[in-house]
Design a protein around this ligand. Structure first.
Ligand SMILES: [Zn+2]
Ligand SMILES: [Zn+2]
Length: 317
């Protein structure tokens, strides 16, 4: 399976501004005084080896993740990253009428705002199937595209769009994928999805608060042995998590504790706080790795590693 991250920011799209860009550009230029910058290969290697976050930026777009296996595809959530994925799909010689499967964790704004800009729906005449556990899924999408909020409606889109309400924890099969959901604690309700193909599994568990840390067993069981766990690590510290109790989000430390218990192989920090700049997200990830090193002696067999997601990250499982 291949997991591609098209949107990794939580709550609100958060583009890098000119001030932040210039800080990065200045540092990169000052560190490159001894390099031959007329040689493209030298520049590529330099950027590849530059320390995070100077030569990159974390998520600007809100949640959208694509999981593929050969020519099969599943999309999870329609955050603003879906706009970029849509254009990429059209460039991949998208055939009119092709089926697209989308799974919605929930319908908070940051998870549906990309749909009105999804090219296969607008111009590709796609056959789109949107799956979710919440009731009235169609009404929720329609509401976002009422003319009060947006110039065109769902009915104006060229695609055929079907909605499917599925039962929580019931496994469904689409091609080579099996997909199972689990309820997360989040205002309005949110669901994690476990996507399996062969002996590989990827769990998408964004927008979830772990408000009873003395009993995380149901989550540990659901996440058990997953190759990749995409986790809501919105808050930088446990203190922030306590301050924002009932906002429905979590932190990397809780993710590491749960991932260690569940024998997860790779923990992906996701749904970055729009209040955090690249340096703060990089620091959170580095702190999380230190925390993992301290805890690993209790789990000598653990293969767990921690990665902070960014728009464009690709992970092969
Ligand atoms: Zn969210
Ligand atoms: Zn949410």
């Amino acid at each position: 399976m291949r997991v591609t991250f098209w949107g990794t920011r939580g709550s609100l799209p958060t583009p890098m501004n000119t001030h932040e860009f210039r800080i990065k550009a200045k540092r990169l230029l000052m560190n490159a005084v001894d390099l031959d910058l007329t040689d493209e290969a030298v520049v590529d290697t330099y950027l590849e080896n530059s320390t995070i976050p100077h030569a990159m930026t974390f998520g600007g777009n809100t949640p959208c993740v694509e999981i593929t296996e050969n020519d099969e595809q599943i999309i999870i959530d329609c955050g603003s990253g879906l706009r970029v994925l849509g254009h990429t799909m059209m460039e991949r010689s998208f055939k009119p009428g092709s089926r697209i499967n989308i799974f919605q964790t929930h319908t908070h704004w940051d998870h549906i705002m990309g749909f009105p800009f999804f090219a296969p729906a607008l111009t590709g005449n796609a056959d789109i199937h949107i799956y979710g556990i919440h009731p009235n899924l169609k009404d929720r999408f329609d509401h976002q595209m009422d003319r009060i909020h947006f110039p065109i409606t769902m009915d104006d889109m060229g695609a055929t769009i079907s909605f499917h309400q599925i039962k929580s924890e019931k496994t469904i099969t689409l091609g080579n994928f099996t997909i199972t959901s689990k309820a997360l604690h989040h205002p309005g309700g949110s669901y994690a999805y476990k996507v399996e193909s062969g002996d590989k599994s990827v769990v998408f568990a964004s927008d979830g608060e772990y408000n009873n840390l003395s009993n995380v067993n149901p989550y540990v069981e659901f996440y058990r042995n997953s190759d990749v766990l995409i986790f809501d690590a919105m808050y930088a510290t446990l203190e922030q998590t306590v301050e924002k109790e009932n906002y429905g989000h979590s932190t990397a430390v809780i993710g590491i504790d749960i991932a260690l218990q569940a024998s997860v192989k790779k923990l992906i920090l996701f749904h970055h706080d729009p209040e955090c700049d690249d340096s703060q997200i990089a620091k959170s990830c580095s702190d999380a790795r230190d925390y993992l090193m301290n805890r690993k002696s209790e789990y000598p067999d653990s293969k767990l590693s921690v990665v902070a997601s960014f728009d464009g990250l690709v992970i092969d499982v």
